[in-house]
Design a protein around this ligand. Structure first.
Ligand SMILES: [Zn+2]
Ligand SMILES: [Zn+2]
Length: 423
């Protein structure tokens, strides 16, 4: 559709500097126009798919349309749902802004920020007024930093609808606690939020007690001890195990639950676990390799760490694991070794050759464990729900489809229904 303004990459080498600037400008405008057409097409598809009688279904027409759009754009259903919200907001709440996008005069990122910041405005008259203000101001906003842009948008919203800004600020200042950030490094997960002050005081006191309970030979910094104490609290413990190298330290004898709460499910060869803890990781020089057979099984309600089903060919056999109930977060080899060294249970799953087809509908316990460990998450495209909480379903309806590793897979409840639901 936009081939006339989007030249081939191979032609750029022969273009002059001014031509390149024109190409950048033209492609930016073409991209904005394409986004407007894409969002309008998404809204049109949604209008054709929606059926009022299905509005209260657990897997309704919105979910089905989001799945269809997600497949078309190769994005998750959640992101597709966000695209549907954006398209509807430009049609119903900010139509003049939508026309500016369709004219290629404003980037979709800027429009998305405005729509998000104004999400709490509900008065139609205020929306119409803001739509006009934004259209007049938006051309100058493209040069602003993200923070200044948000401030400028909020200033206009506050002028016409102070309650909306107050609601937004109240929401931002409310209690919250979030785990994980896109910038997290492997093996580390960010935690940030706002606690009620009395709760924060309780936590500060508890952490102070726990970090002081280890002996002075514990090699960890105070920051590391506080972080580890939070893990112990999450495991249901109010004590922190000491990591000193002395044999008579009473604090070293206690189990703080940070490792023993996990059970490592081994799909690859057991020798894949023969990595050593990294003494530099936590300043701990004392790890020794445990005997996995001695470990006790852990409660099934705890998250299970599952190793990567594809064994590494590296001679060191430094195999990482993933935690399927926590977004398939990767547990790097040294951290996996440390978990095992400090009490994580180890269970070797049955070899795939030993799992044969059965005549029954329900998979055996061994086959159930193997399929959940293999799939890790719901198999629906873009879905991250953990396989440990999913249903196991036949790819081909039973009895035509065999109850065999090749014939069954994991789907979360919602996508299991969606698979069987005709639109
Ligand atoms: Zn100690
Ligand atoms: Zn799913």
């Amino acid at each position: 559709m936009y081939d006339s303004v989007v030249p081939a990459v191979a032609s750029l080498a022969g273009a002059g500097d001014a031509d390149l600037v024109d190409i950048v400008r033209g492609c930016g405008a073409a991209a904005a126009r394409a986004e407007a057409v894409k969002l309008a097409a998404i809204v049109e598809l949604w209008e054709r798919r929606r059926r009022p009688e299905r509005a209260r279904w657990a897997c309704d027409d919105w979910d089905a349309t989001a799945a269809e759009i997600g497949c078309a754009l190769n994005i998750s259903s959640g992101r597709a749902s966000g695209q549907m919200d954006l398209g509807l907001a430009l049609r119903d709440r900010f139509p003049r802004l939508g026309r500016l996008l369709a004219a290629g005069q404003v980037p979709v990122t800027l429009v998305t920020t405005i729509v998000f910041r104004a999400a709490l405005v509900v008065d139609p008259a205020v929306l119409a007024r803001l739509d006009g203000v934004f259209v007049d101001a938006v051309r100058a906003w493209g040069l602003l930093s993200q923070k200044k842009l948000e401030t400028a948008i909020d200033a206009w919203i506050e002028r016409y609808d102070p309650d909306a800004v107050r609601r937004l600020r109240t929401g931002m200042a409310g209690r919250s606690f979030t785990l994980g950030d896109r910038d997290d490094r492997t093996g580390l997960t960010s935690a940030f939020g706002r606690l009620a002050t009395p709760d924060a005081a309780l936590l500060a006191h508890r952490l102070g007690v726990m970090v002081s309970s280890v002996c002075e030979d514990d090699p960890r910094t105070m920051d590391q001890r506080r972080a580890d104490s939070l893990g112990a609290i999450a495991a249901g413990s109010l004590v922190l195990s000491c990591r000193c190298s002395t044999t008579d330290c009473p604090a070293a004898q206690v189990d703080d639950g940070r490792a023993s709460s996990f059970r490592i499910g081994v799909v690859a060869d057991r020798s894949a676990l023969d990595a050593s803890p990294d003494p530099q990781m936590h300043g701990d020089p004392t790890h020794s390799q445990p005997e996995p057979e001695a470990r006790q099984p852990e409660p099934p309600s705890e998250p299970a760490a599952q190793p990567d089903p594809a064994p590494s060919p590296a001679p060191e056999r430094r195999t990482a694991a993933v935690i399927p109930g926590f977004g398939c977060a990767i547990v790097p080899a040294p951290l996996l070794a440390e978990l095992i060294a400090h009490g994580a249970g180890v269970r070797v799953l049955d070899n795939i050759e030993a799992i044969t087809a059965t005549d029954g509908y329900r998979p055996s316990a061994a086959l159930d464990r193997f399929v959940r460990a293999r799939d890790l998450t719901c198999r629906f495209p873009g879905c991250d729900r953990a396989a440990v909480f999913a249903d196991i379903d036949h790819t081909q309806p039973y009895p035509h489809g065999a109850t065999h590793p090749a014939g069954i897979k994991c789907y979360c409840r919602k996508h299991d229904r969606q698979r069987h639901c005709s639109t």
